[in-house]
Design a protein around this ligand. Structure first.
Ligand code: AHG
Ligand code: MN
Ligand code: MN
Length: 352
């Protein structure tokens, strides 16, 4: 019996969902891919779609405001932080191939016992990034990083050891921005790709293939309210960008949600900086689930990320919630930054 091939009509758009893309990428780069990774990623996409549905109607669902609980960061949890975290724990918890998860909102790493077999993956995430912006309807997001469970560690061993891996070990990283549209951006080490959530079909559809950071941008992004406590090299660098000496006078764009500030930097170029401050001498941003995923994506798109002394991706974590200064941007801005950090603490040359 000959099967009739279904051909999309000329009017039907040929769509590539994020699951199809992941599977295609996996098969291209590891022909024996079992789809296990795609199954894991579908847990993340489901959780972010659950969160997106709450973000879009937060004011109608008693999803605004604080949950009256302080998290391990010492920050007042917002109701949406709690919901987004629960959605990810649930959706990843029911995926057998996830061995361990760690979250900005949870003190310790979580292992999943009673599995039929040992999981393969460790997932680390910031379930809701930009919490201070939730109540004022400004873009927020979710950030995630996927690592392999080290061969010598079973899930029941010290889970945090499995989490404390440098960023170069990431198998994949990504984020979702709940903005004017909902966009997922991810990399598995083979370029950076963006998917827009189509509410009509409830799927993330390929919209930005092979994103590359522009060589030079027009914006710098930092909380200049902390100017007086920035170390001098940062102030000199920002003054240089503002001065016109870099061939243009940079404008300041600062949203206060890393995921949105970085997404603009990824697409338009420029530089995002969260330097050390008096309040956060180690930097405010968390290494494992903010700086590392962003750094992986930036490098895959032709940019670079440093803490001013070393490549972000080479920092060896000592605690799940380690913080770090973060300077991440395009080739021009990051090469220029090298000239302002102490010569003894030069970051690896971009040319290398
Ligand atoms: P989170 O909401 O997950 O705690 O992250 C907030 C972070 C990051 O999104 C943003 O870049 C930074 O905090 C903004 O900090 P300031 O308000 O100090 O500028
Ligand atoms: Mn965050
Ligand atoms: Mn958060």
């Amino acid at each position: 019996m000959n099967t009739k091939r279904f051909v999309l009509g000329a009017t039907d758009p040929v769509i590539v969902t994020v699951q199809q893309h992941i599977l295609r990428e996996q098969r291209k780069h590891s022909p024996h891919a079992t789809g296990s990774f795609s199954w894991l990623l579908s847990g993340i996409t489901l959780a972010t779609k659950m969160t997106e549905a709450r973000v879009r109607r937060a004011g109608l669902l008693d999803m605004l405001g604080s949950a009256e609980r302080v998290n391990v960061q010492g920050e007042l949890q917002q109701k949406l932080d709690v919901y987004a975290n629960a959605a990810l724990v649930h959706c990843l918890g029911i995926r057998e191939n996830v061995a361990i998860i760690a979250s900005e909102e949870i003190d310790e790493a979580i292992t999943f016992d009673g599995r039929s077999g040992p999981g393969k993956y460790v997932v680390v995430f910031d379930p809701l990034d930009g919490s201070s912006n939730i109540d004022v309807n400004v873009s927020v997001g979710t950030i995630f990083s996927i690592l392999a469970l080290p061969e010598d560690l079973r899930a029941s061993d010290d889970a945090s050891l499995a989490v404390l891996q440098p960023g170069v070990k990431q198998l994949a990283a990504g984020y979702v921005v709940y903005g004017s549209s909902t966009i997922m951006v991810y990399t598995t080490g083979h370029g950076v790709h963006g998917f827009t959530l189509d509410p009509a079909i409830g799927a993330f559809v390929l919209s930005h293939e092979n994103i590359r950071m522009p060589r030079q941008g027009d914006y710098y992004s930092s909380n200049d309210g902390n100017w007086d406590t920035f170390p001098q090299p940062y102030r000199d660098y920002i003054s240089y960008l503002r001065s016109g000496e870099a061939g243009r006078r940079y404008s300041l764009r600062y949203i206060g949600s890393l995921v949105a500030d970085f997404h603009r930097t990824l697409l338009r170029g420029g530089v995002f900086l969260y330097p050390p401050t008096d309040k956060n001498p180690q930097g405010k941003l968390r290494l494992l689930y903010e700086a590392n995923p962003v750094a992986f994506i930036a490098e895959q798109a032709g940019g670079f990320a440093t803490d001013a002394t070393q490549r972000i991706l080479e920092i060896v974590p000592t605690d799940i919630h380690d913080r770090t200064p973060l300077i991440v941007g395009g080739p021009f801005e990051m090469a220029a930054f090298e000239k302002f950090v102490q010569p003894a603490r030069r970051v690896p040359s971009l040319a290398s």
